[in-house]
Design a protein around this ligand. Structure first.
Ligand SMILES: [Zn+2]
Length: 193
């Protein structure tokens, strides 16, 4: 059953992994959390397990996602942050009651106030986005160079010159497109044989 749905694109940054649940925003967009259950699945993979999600909570999650995307895009091109997006991110951050717990092994675990509290999970994502947007973390917000993608991603490379949101998808496709665009020299030579 679950393999009817598109796979998740997982990265090391929570906020931009979340915005990557909608990909190819400037092409044929792919919605990777099309149902409440898929949001439950995504949250579980990202250490924010909840036991259920309502359609209204999914709607709220998508609203937060698009607000993070809008704010991160503005930050990447050094535009002022859109006020509506900032409001949604802040509302989500304030409304959650998640607590960071240090495990005996020295790991961070997020404890939600109730197992069905998607809002708590969203507050953790909103806070992560705030950290990036406020420049609290070492890295730079940038936009994917793929014209059909244009995803905002967090570049933590030493040189801060990463071009693609993901090397395996957008980076590779671009490389293949460049290869195809070149005239094939091997064919020209084969007539001399
Ligand atoms: Zn991309």
């Amino acid at each position: 059953m679950p393999d009817r749905f598109p796979d998740f694109r997982l990265g090391s940054v929570l906020a931009t992994s979340f915005t990557a649940t909608l990909t190819e925003r400037c092409g044929n967009a792919v919605e990777r959390i099309p149902t409440p259950q898929r949001l439950v699945d995504w949250l579980a993979v990202n250490g924010l397990a909840v036991d259920s999600c309502t359609p209204a909570q999914l709607e709220l999650a998508r609203q937060l996602r698009e607000s993070i995307h809008a704010a991160a895009t503005a930050a990447a091109i050094r535009d002022p942050l859109p006020a509506a997006a900032v409001r949604v991110i802040n509302d989500c951050s304030v409304q959650g009651r998640a607590a960071a717990i240090l495990t005996p092994e020295g790991n961070r675990h997020w404890q939600l106030s109730a197992a069905s509290c998607v809002e708590d999970a969203l507050s953790v994502i909103a806070a992560d986005a705030i950290g990036i947007l406020a420049g609290e973390r070492d890295g730079r917000l940038a936009l994917c160079a793929s014209p059909t993608c244009r995803a905002a991603f967090f570049d933590t490379s030493q040189s801060r010159t990463r071009k693609w949101c993901e090397m395996n998808t957008c980076g590779n496709r671009q490389k293949k497109a460049r290869f195809k665009a070149k005239p094939a020299p091997a064919q020209g030579r084969s007539t001399n044989k």
